[in-house]
Design a protein around this ligand. Sequence first.
Ligand code: G6P
Length: 482
Amino acid sequence: MSHPVRLIVVSNRLPVSLCKEGECWHVETGKGGLITALAPVLRNRGGDWIGWTGAGADVDLRAQLKAYSRQEGYSLHGVNLTEEEVHDFYHGFSNEIIWPLFHDFPSACNFQQAYFDAYLAVNRKFAQVVVGRSEEDDYVWVHDYHLMHLAQKIRKLGGERKTGFFLHIPFPSQDIFLKLPWRRQMLEALLEYDLIGFQTFRDRRNFIRCMSVLFKDWRQYGRGPVVHLSNGIRTIKVGYFPISIDFREFSTLARTRESAELAERVASAFRRRTLVLGADRLDYTKGIPQRLLAFRALLKKYPQLRTKISLVQIVVPSRERVPEYQAMKHRIEGLVSEINGEYSEPGWVPVYYLYRSLSRDELIGYYRAASIAFVTPLRDGMNLVAKEFCACNVDGNGVVILSEFAGAAAQFQRGALLVNPYDVEGVADALYAACQMPPAERRRRMQKLKTTVRKYDIYWWVDSFLGAAFGKKLEDFPAQES
Ligand code: G6P
């Protein structure tokens, strides 16, 4: 598809990872489907990716980013954040206010005016970089909750740009959103975007309801995946675009001999027991303690499964400076040892717990070896683990147990076993049902899931968002309006 303008992608983090050898920093391509999908668009259209490098303000990475940009065929541009900005903007406003509030954890919010002031200042800092590095005709595509004020700041700096915003996390219901002390400013800022994208119909509906409570003169026009909001003076588009993965890449990698060998090694290490896999970034939104409690309930209620099933829980370290995350780690580790203390037998440990980052190849080995994906976040924007598991399920008989509060549930309704993650007994029963499910049903369900993930992949997502941004008529959308 052809987009006639340059694209400026802005996200809090640049899509690279940094590593330090001695005194030298190296820049490498980061993980994630977003970079895979956007890199070709940036290469073809020309454009920049602007974001924080994640390094300290005293680390000058300009030379490395320049060399990396030359090699990749598009430009990466770093925004430096001071220690104080990292504290108040990133850890503070983004991760101690917006993150918990938008994931339905208002009591975990630490509302502080200084955090909001820093948020505005850092959004302005990003806006200065965007204005400096773009032209009026460029399209600025902003990603995620760290930069909700960016379009407004760009405008205040006198920059006229077409802007789009995609929220990767959920948008909460009005009862929760209205608790935000800066709720009006937040919505006003969002209205400065020309297009706002959400993950699901439900997120968009929540947003529109909050709008109708706080700004009575704005109305929705139209139906379908992209609608208009207007107050008679200004009109913007608001849509839902479920994000996804590079299905083909995962599925191809999962079929390589190396992956088969890795999966075989994992399976034989677990003596071919039923392997249940949980893989998450450390986060209280992921529902890991509730999941462990459900696994414990399974072993208690269905003793015949003891020694026949193991849970592998991978936890990737994240945001270790935020107190809630440290507490969560201790809670998880306490529960893992309690369950293992209670149920282990010679030659069998119920829960294997890995607290580290795995390479993609290792993860694919686990995906292939597992029979059941145990994906039970308390709230999640989308959840790509569920989609990656399907793409890697070479045998076609894996089962997905999925929280109804993950964005992916809207697309996985017919293939996955949907659960309420707070209902520990109910989740244990779903796990039992997954273990007992006849092979034909497993295959039928997995086939449905794969078809969905294959069709609505990350390239579909990029095309849909940019299609909406550039006024193309959108077809082929997964229906969610029910
Ligand atoms: C979520 C957010 C992303 C964020 C990622 C990792 O997926 O939606 O915007 O980059 O978590 O979190 P971190 O705080 O390490 O960037």
